[in-house]
Design a protein around this ligand. Structure first.
Ligand code: SF4
Length: 398
């Protein structure tokens, strides 16, 4: 896939194409704030073509816009706000011509978290089954993967609990920023030094909640004390972790270490790795968690795997329409993608090693991600299965 940098010469060459995009540009501009409109005059512009359709990228240090006749978005790199629409604002595109988000695993080495005796031990429900023996992605492979994607907005880095297994992690984040992409990460137990670095590079940081809540809440406090606004708790939702979920929702209101917390993100159980023996939470209990959060005004979010369960639990709410507007079902192979530590593509991190995704597609061996991977027969088939399932998980019983 060819990307064209727009300058005086190429603007002339692609004049007709750009002319066609003028109405879409005007529509997009109506969504910008006065400051953003001023900024966008200084944008760097690129064009790319996917399946006979041209996409115009306009980018500034704080904003990313993609404009076309059928698929458009505005991404605010500062606060993460993302708006997507199609031909008109009423159209909701079924999929993106290129991934907006990449979930990328940079290490499978993880020392776990301290247990009640202070000894570090592997986390009980890690779906990756990671241990201290694992491998790191090299910086060169990371670069190659990032460069394969045309117009990425954000990446979610899959690392270890302490963000120190891969010695190139900070270099990777710096590279990501240099490409105008926002790096995000999930951690659990961090030092002050790590918190400094996360605050320097990341848009959002999620801190996983395990039975020892102090590890999580202390890490949250370190990050919010450094002025970070997009700090979330990630918590597994299952029968076994239900009480811990309720406790966390309650603590969000009472524990001063969480005063700068953005939201508690509830993650549905996928029976995989060390989470295999856990049990999915019944819809009644799931609804009880949602109701508790809404009644007590605790900010919550979900993984897209939970979307249908969430919408079911708010179906009688007076705010149902608003909830539907801000909910996105499974977006694997539709808007987002996953790359494992060996530079292989899978629709999402849970698909890796499952059924038809026993093996992934090599990003390292491809010179054209869009053709070889995003529109590969295997990816198209997964996408079809997902659409035929009303974008409910085609791999796991959520
Ligand atoms: S395929 Fe299933 S596990 Fe993967 S993101 Fe979609 S809903 Fe979640």
């Amino acid at each position: 896939m060819k990307t064209i940098n727009l300058n005086n010469d190429t603007v002339k060459q692609y004049g007709e194409v750009l002319q066609k995009l003028v109405p879409s540009c005007f529509r997009a501009y109506t969504l910008l704030t006065p400051d953003q409109r001023k900024n966008i005059r200084e944008s760097t512009d690129k064009l790319c073509k996917v399946h006979d359709q041209y996409y115009l990228l306009k980018e500034t240090p704080t904003l990313k816009m993609v404009i076309s006749e059928t698929y458009n978005f505005i991404f605010d790199k500062v606060n993460g706000d993302f708006k997507r629409w199609g031909k008109s604002f009423k159209d909701d595109p079924q999929m993106a011509p290129f991934p907006e988000i990449l979930d990328i695993e940079v290490t499978t080495q993880c020392c776990g978290i301290p247990n009640k005796d202070g000894v570090k031990a592997p986390c009980q429900f890690c779906y990756k089954s990671n241990t201290p023996t694992g491998v790191n992605m090299t910086f060169e492979n990371f670069q190659k993967v990032i460069d394969s994607f045309p117009f990425l907005c954000q990446i979610a880095i899959g690392a270890d609990s302490e963000a120190n297994s891969n010695p190139d992690l900070w270099k990777m984040m710096e590279y990501t920023r240099s490409k105008g992409i926002v790096p995000n990460i999930t951690v659990a137990n961090i030092t002050d030094d790590t918190a400094d670095k996360l605050a320097k590079y990341c848009g959002a940081v999620a801190v996983s909640r395990y039975p020892n809540k102090d590890i999580c809440y202390n890490s949250i406090e370190k990050l919010t004390n450094r002025g970070m606004k997009q700090i979330n708790i990630h918590i597994l939702v299952s029968e076994e972790t239900y009480d811990m979920c309720l406790e966390t929702l309650n603590d969000a209101k009472t524990d001063t270490r969480l005063k700068g917390l953005n939201a508690i993100v509830l993650l549905s159980l996928k029976k995989k790795g060390r989470g295999k023996g856990y049990h999915s939470l019944s819809i009644d209990k799931f609804k009880a968690l949602v109701d508790y959060a809404l009644q007590n005004k605790v900010n919550i979010g979900f993984d897209s795997c939970s979307c249908h369960k969430f919408l079911e639990s708010v179906k009688d709410s007076p705010d149902k329409a608003r909830f539907e507007m801000v909910s996105e079902s499974c977006e694997s192979s539709v808007f987002s993608s996953y790359c494992d530590v060996n530079s292989n593509y899978y629709p999402c991190s849970f698909c890796e090693g499952e059924a038809e995704w026993a093996e992934g597609l090599s990003i390292a061996q491809s010179d054209n991600f869009i053709k070889d991977i995003w529109f590969n027969k295997k990816t198209n088939e997964f996408r079809k299965k997902l659409f035929n399932n009303n974008r409910k998980c085609p791999m796991f019983d959520i």
